[in-house]
Design a protein around this ligand. Structure first.
Ligand code: ADP
Ligand code: ADP
Ligand code: MG
Length: 460
């Protein structure tokens, strides 16, 4: 068993990982930037080490400083969380060469899925459909136009290194394609230090459905069912639920097929640890591979709530070399779970981040309610990182109960001093189409633009 683990992250996911370690009797070491000195992960960990200035490039992305901290604290392993260095194969390699276990896939598996263009090709080899598109990175405007002509508009220009919904543009004609090609490249260079973009067909009325994977180091791979993450703003998830209403109501046979495809892709990559295979499903029930997230995902708790499996503990056990004690047929699903990402953002100003100090704070509770968060009254959300305040998760015996419970919990959640997405998410929960489980990734934009706009409470 590991004795001590360093958590190379911040915010709610650092708290989540520390909680799992405590329950496994593993000591924890937090690292933090100067802006996070009063952050909850620093207070909850057994030890805490400051690794630099506020900017992530000076702290949470500094491999040298994180490894120094790990050596000073003498840890057995590092958990990278999500974002930051979590999908950095070089970081995983450095950990391995310093004899520190990396709680995530091997550097080799990460390289096999290094970027989205590479993993698209891997999916094709696994016999899993991908949206029609370019073979690899697009170098020039003329190449972009040739591909678009071949696959037909609308198309999406996507950063190979993309994440968090950044570095992607939709184009409906040659003019917007050329513009999108350059803006996506610039955005990707700035956000990921890699300007490479590729092109794929834009799937209309898309549903984002993903499968949670667990793979041990002995070759056992299972999936823990799907999550429907179609409620998005700016191509980033806002609300997630499981099971997916689309699969439940319209395409019940797809679950098995997509689960198989997800496991196949993980197999082809010699994947280990927790990961997620993301798909786009169209209105006719055709599914396409999107990307594989080689880390724990923001929305992992809803899967935990319906399967009873603690994904972060599984990550730790797998990294220790333990075989999976669960086989595919042991995985059963009970009830329905939903998550709202509560962000410090203004939904009425294109979800602009609104960091600042929380004044009054009251967290919802009661049966079937889970809150994964790092904030408290008086805490200031720093402007340097993402704007998540926490994740509110509810579980119920069926979808209706989970949704009613979420509505109740959102109404209880009181945060003053900053703008949040709570009111907007309440409006989604009240929406008749959402209630019926009829929605695609267009849902949020339609809600903000359409006639129902007037029904949303601006004050949040
Ligand atoms: P998930 O895929 O787990 O649902 P998101 O896409 O919302 O999560 O990303 C979670 C966090 O990780 C966000 O802060 C996002 O900005 C960050 N992130 C995700 N992918 C990358 C990446 N490739 N590079 C940098 N940050 C990333
Ligand atoms: P990220 O790494 O930022 O998570 P993804 O490739 O997973 O990027 O895409 C994020 C979201 O963008 C998807 O959930 C979906 O809403 C939208 N998207 C991506 N590719 C397509 C596509 N080919 N057609 C339609 N929507 C897409
Ligand atoms: Mg994605």
């Amino acid at each position: 068993m590991f004795e001590k683990v360093l958590v190379a992250n911040r915010g709610e996911i650092a708290v989540r990982i520390i909680r799992a370690c405590k329950e496994l009797n593993i000591k924890t070491v937090a690292v933090y930037s100067e802006a996070d000195a009063s952050s909850m992960h620093v207070q909850l960990a057994d030890e805490a080490i400051c690794i630099g200035k506020a900017a992530a490039s000076e702290s949470y992305l500094r491999i040298d400083r994180i490894i120094s901290a790990a050596e000073i604290a003498d840890v057995d392993a590092i958990h990278p969380g999500y974002g930051f260095l979590s999908e950095n194969a070089h970081f995983a390699e450095v950990c391995e060469s310093c004899n520190i276990r990396f709680i995530g896939p091997s550097a080799r598996a990460m390289n096999a899925m290094e970027d989205k263009a590479v993993s698209r090709n891997l999916a094709k080899r696994a016999g899993v459909p991908t949206p029609p598109g370019s073979e690899g990175i697009i170098q020039s405007e003329s190449e972009a136009i040739a591909i678009a002509k071949k696959i037909g508009y609308p198309v999406m220009i996507k950063a190979v290194a993309g994440g968090g919904g950044r570095g992607m543009r939709v184009a409906h004609n040659d003019v917007s394609l050329i513009k999108g090609f350059h803006t996506a490249r610039t955005e990707a260079e700035k956000a990921f230090g890699n300007a490479g973009v590729y092109i794929e067909k834009f799937i209309e009325n898309p549903h984002h459905i993903e499968f949670q994977i667990l793979a041990d180091t002995r070759g056992n791979i299972i999936h823990l069912g799907e999550r429907d993450c179609s409620i998005q703003r700016r191509n980033q998830k806002l609300i997630e639920e499981t099971p997916s209403p689309l699969l439940e109501n319209k395409f019940p046979k797809l679950r098995k097929e997509m689960g198989k495809a997800a496991v196949k892709i993980a197999e082809m990559a010699n994947y280990t640890n927790a990961g997620t295979v993301e798909f786009i499903v169209d209105d006719n029930g055709k599914f396409y591979f999107l990307e594989m997230n080689k880390r724990v995902q923001v929305e992992h708790p809803i899967t935990e709530e319906v399967t009873g499996i603690d994904i972060v503990k599984q990550q730790i056990l797998i990294a220790m070399g333990e075989p999976l004690k669960i086989s595919q047929s042991d995985v059963t699903f009970k009830g329905h779970a939903i998550e709202c990402r509560i962000n410090a953002e203004d939904p009425f100003d294109d979800f602009r981040p609104c960091p600042g100090q929380i004044q009054m704070y009251y967290a919802p509770g009661g049966r079937g309610v889970r809150l994964d968060s790092h904030v408290y009254a008086g805490y200031s959300i720093p402007p340097y990182y993402d704007s998540m305040i926490g994740k509110l998760i509810t579980v119920g015996k069926d979808r209706r109960e989970a949704l009613d419970r979420m509505s109740r919990a959102l109404a209880e959640y009181m945060i003053t001093g900053i703008k949040t997405t709570i009111g907007f998410e309440q409006a989604i929960l009240n929406d008749p189409n959402f209630r019926r489980g009829v929605y695609s990734t267009n849902f949020v934009a339609d809600l903000l633009d359409g006639p129902r706009r007037g029904l949303i409470d601006d004050k949040g």
